[in-house]
Design a protein around this ligand. Structure first.
Ligand SMILES: Cc1ncc(COP(=O)(O)O)c(C=O)c1O
Length: 483
């Protein structure tokens, strides 16, 4: 390891060397460097198929790394300021699930904001842990859930001194950060682990003037979506460890659910992207922020739209804001976020990250060109002119605090019956209902269905939100507990 530095990418280098060796494959994958599946090879390219290989001694094994993957992990840990880093090939979902499965066993409590991604509640179902939700603060104008206030977290800790861990989003999908350092200090003072979902915070580690990172704040684990702002291939992520985590045990936890056939396309993409960010991240994210700031000020000039930023900071539930996020409130032009999202794609060939009831998020990265940003700005201006309406009758509430009647695991595995949506008020839901993205459940298993929630689901469907989670794909019916 001594001779390796951030200019190296050990997995990538090993793959290049392996490719030159022209080894004859009598192992899987059965496409045999693409020759056995020419249509796929023509589509993806020979270069890609040639390195779609399985683990073997020269390329190491993700389940038990001893050579190039181990070296790559050490370089990644160094780049992120972590004690250890795991390469994850099952998305940030698998990273979030692993950190919760590490911290909690059946019956253990975990304190978390309710606006977590579904992967966290899935992990609660898998482990049988008991969530103690801290309802996030809500900005009633924008209708969005914010961070957790420190006082609320402290109260949750005092009320649940036996909790094993606290989970924090850093930042939320919209770019909002809690006071992670303070929360970490509080949690540690009470012997609880701090698990951070940094799916949207990879760039915090490499750019300047971003909110504090989980590792710098002293947190214990962080799930980092390299495939979002880090530039790696879809589904590749890092799971970072602080110094008090037993990374050998964590590997065993990861291996409970991880594939034994990790994709070298994903692994090399993580390795190359880490190198790129370690060497050039500061510049890459300075450019990203410059584009986001430019777009924000031009969009605010259009009028009606509100592209928000650091002015929201309130020292607590919006302790910090990620200025690389271009989150835009759309209701003043009389259109739901999801309607603007659909119009951008259908009328202007622009695909943005998500639209919900009142907001859209355009994902900005160094891969954007100035002319694409201009196109987005002028499309938004035209949408306002062509499709803008009165703001009256627009639903504003984005986040509804849940009433938890049963643990997610018990509700998910209980006997259930299916009811038409309109007949479910007062029942306890046994499945998820969410708009995806952002993937934050409107209902999670074990939560009470209220008339307000039914109205929200119907409104979101009518406006065209992509709803997921239910057994009934049409979301006409919900599964409820059969009590
Ligand atoms: C906050 C948050 N956590 C976790 C995830 C899961 O990431 P992945 O899709 O890589 O599994 C997402 C996905 O968007 C997310 O938004």
């Amino acid at each position: 390891m001594a001779e390796l530095s951030q200019v190296n990418a050990p997995i990538y280098e090993a793959l290049r060397k392996f490719r030159r060796m022209r080894v004859v494959p009598f192992d899987v994958p059965g496409h045999k460097r693409g020759r056995g599946n020419m249509e796929l090879t023509e589509f993806l390219g020979e270069d890609c198929m040639n390195v779609d290989v399985n683990s073997m001694k020269p390329l190491d094994n993700l389940c038990h790394p001893v050579s190039v993957i181990k070296d790559a992990e050490m370089l990644a840990a160094e780049a992120f300021g972590a004690a250890h880093a795991f390469f994850m090939v099952g998305g940030t979902t698998s990273a979030v699930q692993s950190m919760i499965m590490y911290a909690c066993k059946e019956g253990d409590k975990i304190i978390m904001p309710r606006n977590v991604h579904r992967s966290a509640i899935n992990a609660i179902i898998l482990t049988g842990a008991v969530p103690v939700y801290v309802n996030p603060d809500v900005n009633h104008k924008l209708g969005i859930a914010l961070g957790m206030s420190v006082a609320q977290v402290e109260q949750a800790i005092l009320d649940n001194p036996d909790a094993k861990a606290i989970m924090v989003n850093n930042p939320t999908y919209y770019g909002i950060c809690s006071d992670l350092k303070k929360i970490t200090e509080l949690a540690h003072a009470h012997g609880m682990l701090v698990l951070v979902d940094e799916a949207h915070g990879t760039h915090f580690y490499f750019g300047e003037n971003f909110p504090v990172t989980a590792m710098a704040a002293g947190a214990d684990c962080a799930s980092v979506s390299m495939h979002k702002s880090g530039g790696s291939l879809t589904q590749s992520s890092f799971l970072l460890m602080g110094k008090n985590i037993n990374s050998d045990y964590m590997r065993q936890v990861i291996n409970l659910t991880q594939t034994t056939s990790a994709s070298y396309l994903l692994l090399s993409s993580l390795d190359i992207s880490r190198k790129r960010l370690a060497l050039g991240g500061r510049e890459i994210f300075a450019q990203t922020v410059e584009m986001a700031e430019y777009a924000r000020s031009e969009i605010n000039e259009i009028g009606g739209y509100y592209a928000y930023s650091r002015e929201l900071i309130n020292g607590d539930s919006i302790y910090d804001f990620d200025v690389s996020k271009l989150s835009i409130y759309t209701l003043p032009i009389g259109l739901a976020g999801i309607e603007v999202y659909d119009l951008l794609r259908d009328e202007y060939d622009i695909q943005i990250e998500f639209g919900d009831i009142g907001n859209v998020l355009a994902y900005i990265s160094v891969g954007d060109r100035k002319r694409d940003i201009e196109r987005l700005i002028s499309a938004l201006a035209e949408i306002k002119r062509r499709f803008g309406k009165s703001e009256a009758n627009m639903l504003t509430q984005e986040y509804i605090s849940p009433v938890v009647a049963e643990t997610p695991r018990k509700a998910f595995y209980s006997t259930k019956r299916s009811l038409p949506l309109d007949e479910t008020a007062g029942e306890v839901c046994s499945e998820f209902v969410m708009c995806y993205p952002p993937g934050i459940p409107i209902l999670a298993p074990g939560e009470l269905i209220t008339p307000e929630i039914i109205e929200y689901i119907k409104y979101a469907k009518e406006k065209g939100c992509q709803m997921t989670g239910t057994e009934d794909l049409s979301i006409e019916r919900l599964n409820v507990l059969d009590i």
